[in-house]
Design a protein around this ligand. Structure first.
Ligand code: SF4
Length: 203
């Protein structure tokens, strides 16, 4: 199965998982976040199709860096879960020494998430908000799929693999919203939580 890729960024350190990583920005996202950081890229740079072999050849240039730093690749987006089947196939081709991380909003059908729970090393989850009204206002869609997937992760006992990023969204989230999101996540057994300020991008 082919990948649709927007960008590939090599030699990243600590931002997208442990060690040196290559960030693979997959095309497509179901959400319409008001302050989308990728809007400019999505609008101005066309995506490109890669076969499994082409992507493998591209990332293997940095194999020595991955091994030396215990790093690997990170699928981001857009929303990488939209291309879950291609990612699943890719695991069969990757050397074991190359770890795989996923940067996701978790807005996807659970069938796309569940097969990745075991092989992915770290999930970096941009949660937006667990207040349904704020989530809808910010992304244009309902919170339910995200909440369902958080529960699936908890039921599978892999919360330790997850880093959850909870933004203060200017004009939308209050400190009470933030604390409510943090509490609900802790109740589900997530402990790696990062609250941060959104910087509003300018075009
Ligand atoms: S989830 Fe990410 S890529 Fe998708 S609209 Fe929101 S900020 Fe943009």
């Amino acid at each position: 199965m082919h990948f649709k890729i927007q960008t590939i960024n090599r030699h990243r350190l600590t931002t997208d998982g442990a060690g040196i990583t290559t960030l693979i920005g997959l095309a497509g996202c179901p959400l319409s976040c008001r302050y989308c950081i990728n809007r400019y890229v999505l609008k101005h740079s066309p995506s490109r199709e890669y076969t499994q072999e082409q992507l493998l050849n591209s990332i293997m240039q940095d194999y020595c860096y991955f091994v030396a730093s215990e790093g690997g690749i990170t699928f981001g987006g857009g929303e990488p879960l939209l291309q879950s089947q291609a990612i699943q196939e890719f695991f069969d081709r990757l050397p074991q020494a190359v770890s795989v991380n996923l940067e996701t909003s978790l807005y996807a059908q659970e069938e796309l998430l569940l097969p990745l729970l075991e092989p992915v090393r770290e999930f970096i989850i941009d949660i937006k908000s667990l207040n349904p009204e704020v989530y809808q206002a910010y992304t244009g869609l309902a919170l339910e799929p995200v909440w369902r997937n958080l529960n699936r992760i908890a039921q599978n006992g892999v919360q330790r693999k997850c880093r959850l990023r909870i933004p203060r969204i200017p004009g939308l989230t209050t400190e009470a919203d933030i604390q409510a999101s943090v509490s609900r996540l802790r109740e589900l057994g997530f402990s790696n939580l990062q609250v941060f300020d959104y910087i509003i991008p300018t075009e």
